[in-house]
Design a protein around this ligand. Structure first.
Ligand SMILES: O=C(O)C(=O)C[C@]1(C(=O)O)C=C[C@@H](O)C=C1
Length: 294
């Protein structure tokens, strides 16, 4: 485009283009809502009921969004617009509430919840993280968001299991310096019909003794841990390529012999979108290993 002002398109012409694009966007959004009506009918016909949230499908869509994205528009702005659209589409399929962990920084928690689940969904704060797990487990279709802190005040994940409330997504999904709504958290809900095995599995592991720093070197990320009287109760994330036996062997090798090792869900690994970053978000996000800290 020429820098000569006489050659530049006029402001009026540019605004007419914006108006045409906005009309296209609006038409496409209405078309999309009509497709959602069809999705509701297809899900009903297949007998799916309860939770309508499909984090595996959403993760696929977001990976493709990263691949095709270009230009000056921040990717997290596209992510936010799209989250409002998709969470509205989820609500069109049936009512649900989002229960927030009241033990977290409440302003950061609400920012995260609104960023990911929009402004039309009803949100409640039933209490601490364990209350969120209990409320979601007793619901039909609700979601919960629990903040991840390195050292937990309580082992809230003990209430999770594969047939009740379980971890289904990790937030934020796009990892970047200075991104908005950046509180580390997990989404929990009851079992999702037809859900594919995510690329990251999560375990509740308990053992007597310290938290060995070398766990990190065995491909195990400690999402959070709680110090019990004589040991550790930890929430561990591993690649889904590792079997439960592999995880057990890796823990023992690192010096943590679990007397409890239970799967409590899984999630699609977040994507690092910072320029020049590796393709995939690496596990081990808490910085230095905490050798023998607990
Ligand atoms: O694909 C589905 O199963 C949908 O319900 C549609 C849709 C969407 O709006 O694209 C909505 C909610 C799900 O979490 C995933 C995707």
């Amino acid at each position: 485009m020429s820098d000569d002002p006489a050659q530049l398109p006029s402001l009026d012409a540019l605004r007419r283009r914006i108006d045409a694009i906005d009309a296209d966007l609006h038409r496409l959004l209405m078309d999309r809502a009509r497709v959602i009506d069809g999705i509701v009918a297809a899900k009903r016909a297949s007998g799916a009921e309860g939770v309508m949230f499909r984090p595996d499908r959403e993760a696929d869509m977001m990976r493709r969004m990263v691949e095709r994205h270009a230009g000056s528009l921040p990717l997290t702005a596209v992510e936010h617009l799209w989250r409002e659209i998709i969470s509205t589409s989820t609500r069109l399929q049936g009512d649900y509430r989002v229960h927030l962990d009241g033990g977290a920084d409440i302003a950061a928690m609400r920012d995260l919840a609104r960023f990911y689940f929009g402004f039309s969904v009803e949100m409640e704060t039933p209490g601490d993280a364990a209350d969120v797990v209990g409320t979601v487990a007793a619901s039909v279709s609700d979601l919960g968001i629990v903040a991840l802190s390195e050292r937990a005040d309580l082992p809230w994940w003990r209430g999770l299991g594969t047939d009740g409330a379980q971890i289904v997504a990790r937030l934020p999904f796009f990892v970047a310096e200075d991104r908005p709504a950046d509180l580390p958290a997990v989404v929990i809900c009851r079992p999702i019909p037809g859900q594919e095995m995510p690329d990251t599995r999560v375990f509740d592991a308990r053992w007597i003794g310290a938290l060995p720093g070398s766990l990190m070197n065995s491909g195990i990320e400690v999402l959070s841990f709680f110090r019990t009287g004589d040991g550790v109760d930890a929430l561990l994330a591993v690649s889904a390529d590792m079997t439960e036996e592999d995880v057990l062997a890796a823990c023992i090798e690192a010096g943590a012999e679990p007397d409890v090792l239970r799967p409590v869900g899984g999630y699609a690994a977040p994507i690092d979108i910072d320029p020049g970053a590796e393709d995939e978000f690496e596990t081990g996000g808490w910085g230095d290993p905490r050798a023998d800290e607990a």
